[in-house]
Design a protein around this ligand. Structure first.
Ligand code: CO
Length: 151
């Protein structure tokens, strides 16, 4: 049987479906240099710059249509980004998916056998709750779940 769903049609999405690619994270060595580079590439300036002290990174964000690009520079030699740069050099670091209920989504992924990098969501950049899925279970891609913080 074939069910045809037209694009743009207002469908009731199931809670377990991720909403969209929220952003792509790119590890860079020099945020200033890369801000200039990506501004030229995307035709738009970064709309924010934000330190995430707990992760040892400085970030900047570019809006590209409904999605974003996040540049990440390490501010601490022991940070995950510093280690990533050491191992693999600059490049794609993670893909972030927007979810409606991050706690429920983490539980669902755990029950599907994925390994989460934290027990609970953490406060990330750009006003988001975030959690990460270990890349060894996702074909080598670090996956971030994110949900807007509403307070
Ligand atoms: Co991110």
């Amino acid at each position: 049987m074939c069910i045809l769903v037209e694009w743009g049609q207002d469908t009731d999405q199931n809670w377990w479906e991720m909403k969209k690619i929220e952003h792509v994270g790119i590890a860079v060595r020099d945020l200033e240099v890369s801000n200039g580079l990506y501004e030229k590439l995307l035709g738009v300036a970064p709309y924010k710059r934000e330190a995430v002290v707990s992760e040892g990174v400085m970030t900047s964000f570019f809006q590209v249509g409904p999605n974003k690009v996040e540049l990440l520079q390490s501010t601490d030699g022991e940070s995950p980004i510093a280690k990533f740069l050491e191992r693999r050099g600059e490049g794609m670091h993670h893909i972030a998916f927007e979810v409606d209920d991050i706690g429920k989504e983490m539980e669902r992924l755990r029950s599907e056998g994925f390994q989460l990098l934290s027990e609970r969501p953490k406060r990330g950049a750009d006003n988001k709750w975030v959690a990460f899925v270990h890349p060894k279970g996702t074909n080598g891609v670090l996956v971030e779940l994110c949900q807007e913080i509403k307070e």
